[in-house]
Design a protein around this ligand. Structure first.
Ligand SMILES: [Zn+2]
Ligand SMILES: [Zn+2]
Ligand SMILES: [Zn+2]
Length: 303
């Protein structure tokens, strides 16, 4: 069984937005309070977080997350990577680097944004990340708890300390064997002009920050119990699906449930938005139950 908990369902500024006095930002309904978009996935005994934005610390505390096997990054925008310094807590708890899976273009931004985490002579207490480079190919996330402690060797890179005391180099490329027995299927989309990844875990697919999902990716989204799609506005947007585009796509994918995320204060508060979506789906004949996601909601692919 795969479980997904929404840790954040808000747009890049979150909801409420600082200083905004609109009814949604002032709503008393806790489902209208949205951290930056992120999800916790539990499957095969693994605990995986998708994206680590500026609310990462609060999200780990709210979700009582005590151990992480991996962080998967969809793309390199700050509302999805701005909390990576706070993995230090997991470095201390697990006594190892945090395993981060991302594309090369995302790694390039991380090297720039967090130069101190990649410095040759890192200061003690800097976050420790072990990067696995991924692409569109399905790959396997595994528990690396028994791979030994990761050690930084000056001017050389990370090595795993083996049980016999020897050092084994840690390779950034995802192990080729992991493509043969995958448990994560990347979904390629575009966020404006920027290539981004969504991910399928079991019968749950998590898609955020897309404005285009190429037709050929739809075959990876067959037979889903749940799909998550992003929308920020009723109007066409340069880098996100509009509500209408998200609904059209929900119909095309045909998952039993569609959850909307990366939501902004442009949409009404939770109850009113549920009502509006019910009416829109009936009117458009959309064959999926479309609802707004909210922080703390858990879904699973076997009810
Ligand atoms: Zn975003
Ligand atoms: Zn507002
Ligand atoms: Zn983005």
């Amino acid at each position: 069984m795969t479980k997904l908990t929404f840790l954040g369902t808000g747009t890049s500024q979150g909801v409420p937005i600082i200083g905004c006095q609109c009814p949604v930002c002032k709503s008393a309904d806790s489902r209208d309070k949205r951290f930056r978009s992120s999800a916790l996935v539990q499957m095969d005994g693994l605990t995986i977080v998708v994206d680590a934005g500026p609310d990462f610390r609060s999200q780990m505390l709210a979700g009582d997350v005590r151990h992480l096997d991996a962080i998967l990054l969809t793309h390199n925008h700050k509302d999805h990577t701005g909390g990576l310094d706070d993995v230090r807590s997991f470095n201390y708890i697990d006594k190892k680097a945090v395993e981060i899976y991302c594309e090369e273009r995302v790694l390039k931004t991380l090297r720039n944004d967090y130069a101190y985490a990649f410095a040759e002579h890192k200061y003690p207490g800097a976050p420790e990340w072990h990067i696995h480079l991924i692409d569109e190919r399905p790959f396997r996330v595994e528990s690396l708890e028994n791979s030994g402690e990761l050690e930084w060797v000056h001017d050389v890179g990370y090595f795993y300390r083996q049980a016999d005391g020897s050092l084994k180099p840690s390779d950034n490329a995802v192990n080729e064997a992991s493509h043969l027995n995958p448990n994560v299927i990347p979904i390629r989309g575009l966020h404006g002009p920027m290539p981004v990844l969504g991910f399928r875990f079991g019968n749950i697919a998590y898609i955020t920050d897309m404005s285009t999902l190429p037709e050929e990716e739809l075959s990876k989204l067959k037979g889903l119990e749940h799909v998550t799609l992003n929308t920020v506005s009723y109007h066409p947007h340069h880098s996100h699906f509009s509500l209408d585009e998200a609904l059209q796509l929900a119909g095309k994918i045909g998952a039993r449930h569609t959850w909307l995320t990366h939501l902004s204060h442009a949409f009404p508060s939770h109850e009113a938005f549920c009502e509006e979506l019910r009416a829109l789906c009936a009117e458009k004949g959309i064959n999926s139950i479309v609802q707004p996601a909210y922080d703390g909601l858990t879904i699973s692919d076997k009810c």
